[in-house]
Design a binder for this molecule. Structure first.
Ligand SMILES: [Zn+2]
Length: 235
């Protein structure tokens, strides 16, 4: 099977495989994907910091919710009263009654606003911290979207290149005799790093070990011209 044309094809096949491996690695370890991972990590950290801060302020948020609810109820009450006051057929006592109700509700609303202000002042530092974190999160978003889009385009290009290489590989392999195909797969599965290389006078082109001339001769005579040290094929 010392057919030099086919054995040199092994080098071409290996080059295609190396290129495919390089492309696959680029998908998971390229500059853009690493940048996206870093951004996502940062986004996660800020989100977590916000959640922790909010959890620590549980009492604040529950009080705030109660006040907001009361505020809404009283504002609704106020607009109902104001609507009733629009009625031109009200008698003097009704008018007085609604105006009294109105001023009572207005006092209540003012009190609620004061309570909210007090609550916010008492938690000012924590609220500023949360606001800063939320701003940070918002400012991370456009960059995240931009890098994700960029990565999608890059991956699409890489996938196109991979399928081109795969096509080239399958064309090449289809010209191989079965036993060469088997040899290649076997060496690959054994983890042989360089499967085929051009020989030189004194060294294995695959693993670089120095070879005696008698070793070189026996390699030449072997079925697939394989180096006894690394199993690589010397073309
Ligand atoms: Zn070798």
């Amino acid at each position: 099977m010392n057919e030099p044309f086919l054995l040199s094809n092994l080098i071409d096949l290996q080059e295609i495989d190396n290129e495919i491996t390089k492309l696959i690695t680029k998908k998971s370890e390229g500059k853009t994907v690493l940048e996206l991972k870093k951004l996502e990590q940062k986004y996660k950290e800020v989100t977590k910091a916000i959640a922790i801060s909010k959890e620590a302020m549980g009492d604040y948020f529950s009080d705030k919710k109660d006040f907001d609810k009361k505020l809404l109820e009283n504002e609704n009450k106020l607009s109902t009263i104001e609507m009733k006051l629009q009625d031109t057929k009200l008698n003097a006592s009704e008018l007085q009654n609604y105006n009294l109700q109105k001023s009572n509700v207005q006092v209540l609303i003012e009190d609620i606003f004061k309570s909210i202000d007090l609550l916010n002042n008492n938690n000012n530092d924590e609220l500023i911290e949360i606001e800063n974190l939320e701003n940070k999160l918002t400012s991370l978003m456009p960059k995240l979207v931009e890098i994700s889009k960029m990565l999608q385009t890059e991956w699409k290009d890489i996938d196109t290149k991979i399928s081109e290489q795969e096509q080239e590989k399958s064309n090449l392999i289809s010209s191989f005799p079965d036993e060469i195909k088997l040899l290649y797969d076997e060496l690959k599965s054994q983890g042989v790093e360089i499967i085929a290389a051009y020989k030189n006078d004194t060294q294995c082109g695959c693993c670089g070990v120095s070879l005696t001339s008698s070793e070189m001769d026996s390699i030449q005579e072997s079925k697939f011209q394989q180096c006894p040290y690394c199993q690589g094929v010397l073309v």
